[in-house]
Design a protein around this ligand. Structure first.
Ligand SMILES: [Zn+2]
Length: 373
């Protein structure tokens, strides 16, 4: 009924505290990202006792679930956050919340049934808005018919295990945070259909008073700019999502702009990136405007949260250094900071597995917090 794939755990290895066997994986990120190149000048470094615990209290495994509008991706994850098996099922969102919960339960049972499988808790990342505290999904643009669904308790009752839920972008940010023990404060921007975002501040997911924090995609970067479906104008998402760079390029071609991209009906964000790399003037203009908007966002985030890193992921993240170079260039041209305690702007490292690993890490926290009483 599904695709169950034993995975090579070393690809998702939770790093050792010293420069252990996983150093190479994370060196890739470190070597590719030099931040702004500036060193802290007037402010001394803040030395935290430990960014976060490296060794878990529990030796039990967890199940991490990344619930999306198209697919439910799930993984059996060991105590060191290695994915040991993965399952993907179509969400069949049209079946409504009851049907989707049935499929989540089926995935959990399939993973628990694998030889040597141990799972003590389940973490779920889901589109929101939602309340992690109450375990309720209020609504979701990607999940039709969802209205105040008690997802956490519905799943927990069926599988007899503790369950925790959070916003999918928060969960991905938490996965990136847990993948690097050097990090204590980070923001993740995923540049895909929209701009998803999550923040980890002082080792905890940032939720805010109404648990809707980190809507960085709707940060206004151009007052009076392009109208957004949220009702504002000039939101980051309108300039820096993969979908919107494609849409803006297509609009300008239809209006008569010259471009090597001659079919405005089939342009993707990747097409724009590739054309920009090849020197297409229109694609370069749109791409550069996206990177300028991202640099504004990074500066605003820097002043709001003082993160150690701002990570860029999602479809546009696949452009790699081509994306980073432009964002960093605009960032350096615009930023002003009293302390030079600037965040490093880097690429996200976990890719499509961030949601599973982050959800499993939340489940592990749940077990540990229960054990601590
Ligand atoms: Zn908006």
């Amino acid at each position: 009924m599904s695709r169950t794939t034993p995975t090579d755990g070393s690809r998702n290895k939770y790093p050792e505290p010293a420069t252990g066997k996983n150093e190479r994986l994370f060196n890739h990120c470190r070597n590719n990202a030099t931040g702004t190149g500036r060193r802290p000048a007037r402010c001394g470094p803040i030395v935290h006792a430990a960014a976060h615990p490296v060794y878990p209290m529990t030796e039990s495994g967890m199940i991490g679930i990344d619930l999306g509008g198209t697919d439910i991706k799930a993984g059996l994850v060991d105590a060191q956050l290695n994915i040991t098996a993965q399952v993907t099922l179509p969400t069949q969102a049209a079946t409504g919340p009851d049907g989707v919960v049935e499929r989540i339960v089926a995935i959990i049972e399939e993973l628990r049934g694998l030889p040597q499988a141990t799972a003590a808790a389940v973490g779920i990342g889901t589109p929101g808005p939602l309340s992690p505290t109450r375990g309720i999904v209020y609504r979701s643009a990607n999940l039709p018919g969802w209205r105040d669904v008690p997802l956490r308790d519905n799943v927990a009752r069926r599988v007899g295990m503790p369950v925790t839920i959070d916003n999918d972008a928060n969960v991905a940010a938490y996965g990136e945070y847990r993948a690097d023990p050097e990090i204590r404060n980070l923001v993740l921007l995923t540049l895909g259909t929209g701009v998803g975002a999550g923040a980890v501040v002082d080792g905890r997911i940032l939720h805010g008073q109404h648990e809707n924090a980190s809507e960085w995609g709707h940060m206004i970067v151009h007052p009076g700019g392009i109208p957004c479906k949220c009702g504002q104008r000039g939101c980051l998402e309108m300039y820096a999502s993969a979908s919107n760079i494609a849409k803006r390029t297509a609009q300008q071609i239809r209006a008569g702009a010259e471009s090597s991209l001659d079919d405005p009906d089939s342009i993707s964000g990747r097409d724009v990136a590739d054309a920009a790399k090849s020197g297409d003037a229109l694609a370069n203009k749109v791409w550069d405007e996206a990177c300028h908007a991202l640099a504004i966002a990074c500066i605003n985030i820097q002043h709001a949260l003082n993160p150690q890193r701002v990570l860029l992921g999602g479809g546009m993240g696949n452009a790699g250094e081509f994306l980073l170079d432009a964002v960093r260039r605009h960032y350096r041209a615009m930023h002003w900071n009293l302390c030079d305690d600037l965040p490093e702007i880097r690429l996200a490292i976990l890719g499509n597995n961030a949601g599973i690993i982050g959800a499993a890490a939340m489940a592990r926290d749940l077990i540990n917090s229960t054990a601590q009483g």
